[in-house]
Ligand binder design. Sequence first.
Ligand code: 5GP
Ligand code: MN
Length: 341
Amino acid sequence: MLNKIISENNIQKAKKLIDKSDKIVIVTHLSPDGDALGSSLALYHFLLELGKSVNVVVPNNFPPFLKWMKGAKDVLIAEWKENLARELIRAADLVFCLDFNTLKRIDRLAPFVEQTAAKKIMIDHHPGPGDFCDVTISHPELSSTSELVFRFICRMGMFDYLDRECAECIYAGMMTDTGAFTYNSNSPYIYYIISELLEKGIDKDAIYDKVYNNYSESRIRLQGFLLYEKMKIFREYNTSLISLSCEEQKQFQWRKGDAEGFVNIPLSIEGIVFSALIREDEDLIKISFRSKGTFPTNQFSAEIFGGGGHLNASGGEFYGKLEEAIALFEEALPRYKDLLI
Ligand code: 5GP
Ligand code: MN
């Protein structure tokens, strides 16, 4: 049996809002990852089964290894169709905010969500939820927002409306947010949920294959280059840093999502507990942090780069030169020595 996590009050309020809404929009965070897209499309399939008119709207495009998900081709990418995104959110009865905790995380969609008259429901697992929704279902203790969507549907007593497509998306989100169940995944309930998803007919091995064995040749070569040429190890701080410039991305025929997962690799080196990837983008520097154990990457990210996230996985942005972001990172390390060794 699944334990009860979501409060009865939140379930009843959310159920009422769904019942009286016809036009529903689901939004998720900038640069959607497997959990963002998986949870959003899972909820999309579920709401379609209920006979609702539903749209998933994302701020910008998502990587090719997530395009196989059923419904992915119907996702509206606001970067390309901003007017339509604005209009859908304006005209909605209900907006679901999935896998993000503050409006800043949805970038260009933030003013639309802030200004719409629609009711809002947050379903998320990031610490520190903002106060911008009518119903806030926030559970940072869970593996993923996708797990939370599964629990949400079950608790509403609507498990029969969770179809195979929905189950596939939930599995993909849970899998990607736990590194294929290698971290953040000790809760026995995760495996109870997986067994339920298998009963719905998912092929979990095929999903793994579609997500993790689907890279371009140049992406694998980029990985080799970064690990051989670019990875810097700071032994005195048990830390690793990989930086990646626009020039290097061009050299390896960069496609969106190509750096996904690289930041985890140095944590497989004995003794390394903190890993950073600093990547130059067109108009900003994007930073990813991962850690093993107790090192609070989200605190580091918030204090040094104004970012945030989870204890072991977080990120931030920097506006300036790549070299400046690297210097900021390296200068900060000594101040965190006690937490790193
Ligand atoms: P990733 O490294 O995969 O881009 O992000 C890992 C996690 O860090 C995300 O799930 C999200 O919680 C958080 N994160 C990434 N970038 C940012 C950011 O710019 N600001 C904040 N507040 N959190 C971020
Ligand atoms: Mn997530």
